[in-house]
Design a protein around this ligand. Structure first.
Ligand SMILES: NC(=O)c1ccc[n+]([C@@H]2O[C@H](COP(=O)([O-])OP(=O)(O)OC[C@H]3O[C@@H](n4cnc5c(N)ncnc54)[C@H](O)[C@@H]3O)[C@@H](O)[C@H]2O)c1
Length: 269
């Protein structure tokens, strides 16, 4: 079928980091339905994702991975090469966020929007997972692509927060990490263009996942966000699948160093 020629992923091996829940889980199922064998790389708890993929007739397995730990990533990539022979697609999805101000004055009322003052260690942790983790994974996977002559696709999870500053919560570390992801993406796209490895990023707006629901965010914050959505709602995780399939498949053969925004118009206003 014509659409399979353009978007199909049969015979491909795809890694999804942080695929045990949320966006990663939904994208993992989408990649499997498009024909890829999917490897869920997260610290724990991928049974449900593997089960969903197998129920949909796809192939998947879990490899325990901490994306911030080079030794853990190397062991995971070695295991995947051993089991699957090659890696064609990396969806660098694992991420973390907190809502804390850089400075909280004594007696300041945070009104349910922020959870206090961020420490430098907390700042480092967010950069470590969101930016350094994607870098460690990209380098480890690209090394195998180069060694095997695979013209693969790396998709880095950025966010509209790499372009705009979310309000009213404060999340300087998250916003900085996602802006970093976008420019790292462009840098690696150029560095690896000669090998035919494409590197792009995806920038969703708010997506309905544990990261954007109570108890992680307060009801006051959800109420403050609601009038800011041009389409009057958050995205469903499923609405990111087509953009990821585009970036993962031959459809995007001439797209590298790009960022695809799927934010329901949030960045326009
Ligand atoms: N939910 C949103 O509104 C939204 C919007 C834009 C971008 N994003 C991005 O999408 C990605 C997924 O977000 P989500 O909403 O599904 O969040 P989530 O918290 O449901 O999932 C994040 C996953 O990353 C995993 N993870 C965290 N640290 C890890 C590590 N060191 N090693 C391996 N795995 C690790 C977690 O265990 C979890 O499974 C994140 O990068 C996030 O920044 C989310």
């Amino acid at each position: 079928m014509y659409l399979d020629e353009i978007f199909g992923l049969s015979g491909k091996t795809a890694i999804v980091t942080g695929g045990g829940q949320g966006i990663g889980q939904v994208i993992a199922v989408g990649l499997a339905k498009a024909g890829a064998e999917v490897v869920i790389c997260c610290r724990s708890g991928a049974d449900e994702t593997v089960k969903l993929i197998e129920e949909a007739g796809g192939k998947a397995y879990f490899v325990k991975t901490d994306v911030t730990d080079e030794a853990s990533v190397k062991a995971a990539v070695d295991e995947i090469i051993e089991r699957s022979g090659k890696i064609d697609i990396l969806f660098n999805n694992a991420g973390a966020c907190y809502h804390k101000k850089a400075i909280v004055l004594e007696g300041e009322d945070l009104g349910g929007m922020n959870d206090g003052e961020a420490t430098v260690d907390e700042w480092r942790r967010i950069l470590e997972v969101n930016l350094t983790g994607e870098y460690i994974m990209s380098v480890a996977v690209a090394r195998t692509m180069i060694a095997k002559g695979i013209k693969g696709s790396i998709i880095n999870m950025a966010s509209m927060s790499g372009t705009i500053v979310n309000i009213p919560q404060c999340q300087a570390s998250y916003n900085a990490s996602k802006a970093g992801v976008m420019h790292m993406t462009k840098s690696l796209a150029i560095e690896w263009a000669d090998y035919g490895i494409r590197v792009n990023s995806l920038s969703p707006g708010y997506v309905g996942t544990p990261m954007s629901q109570p108890p992680f965010v307060s009801q006051e914050l959800l109420d403050a966000w609601a009038p800011l959505f041009p389409l009057h709602r958050m995205a469903k995780p499923e609405e990111l699948i087509p953009a990821v399939l585009y970036l993962a498949s031959p459809a995007s053969g001439y797209t590298t160093g790009s960022d695809i925004i799927v934010d329901g118009g949030y960045c326009c206003v």
